[in-house]
Write a protein that binds this ligand. Sequence first.
Ligand code: IMP
Ligand code: ZN
Length: 351
Amino acid sequence: MDEALGLAEFCRQLPKVELHAHLSGSVSETTIQKLQVKKGVGHDHAHQGDIAIGKGETRHLEEPFRIFKIIQDLSDTEEAIFTMTEDVISEFAADGVRYLELRSTPRHVPHTGMTPSTYVESILSAIQTCKDREDVVVRLLLAIDRRQSVETATTTVRLAQEYVLRSDGVVVGIDLSGNPAVGDGRDFIPVLKEAQNSGLKLALHIAEISQQATSPETAALLSLPPDRVGHGTFIHHNQDLADMVVDKNIPFEICLTSNVKAQTVASYSDHHFQHWYSKKHPCVLCTDDKGVFCTTLSEEYRHAAETFQLTRPDLWDLSYHSIDHTFGGEDLKQQLRDKWNTEKEKLFQTT
Ligand code: IMP
Ligand code: ZN
């Protein structure tokens, strides 16, 4: 093994799978500046402190949701959505991400003429543009925001069903996200079932805040069951919920920095990753919102290694087994495994 390679560089060169990345939250400061110029608003319209939570800072969970709104207001045209998608894909690829599932909430912005369909088209068109240019396979989940009506959620699921065919398999599933303190996830169960019955995969934000450890929505959402759980921060606080996750072997999308910075976990060492990883339950390291939380996926691997004393082979295994939980289909999984095995030789070569 090339021990001369520092941990940060090892984590960057490690081929990685990113399964939990919200488009608006993943946008970098550079892209935000580009969007400001395009929109003709001054650079000081949004200061760094307004649109990102920096190193060592933590803020209450409400704060990221205020920031998402600023970014969404800046990206209210099809052109802006294309630009941000293209930039986000390039940045993930530069960080060594070789398979990326983006997720985003389709928006209707009457004053610019952007509709949920053209929103999705713009993302798909950027994915297509990056296909031959970037060394990363990209898939898309359409998101339902908990604040939305069931009618809007139904429109999102119908759009996803339509685009599974039209996008040649790029659209793979549905995400349920949004401020966990708002709304009741049970309202969306019929429409999530409809999505599942039509072959769409489900990645749902579940038990992100402590109240959800005892709220009936958590058991109801877990009994669907979803294909992956986003965060699941408080699931292990309730034995019945923990048993459901274990019985159904539902993988966790783990976002260390996001949870620490949004103060839903006290510190990296208190993170529930430790609980599930030590039980050999499937966990996938992800970023959530790399722009807002000022992180990268390789940083998340480094935090995991440093906090939980993971060796380089442990990090390799974590990344390799993440392939099992991708939504891109069995053939693609095999292609990714072959790619990983080729890169393994290079990464672990003794020099
Ligand atoms: P967008 O859907 O691409 O506009 O990405 C931003 C959206 O993702 C936000 O408005 C939220 O609905 C969702 N989101 C991002 N991060 C989180 C999170 O940590 N918890 C719940 N929802 C989130
Ligand atoms: Zn999320």
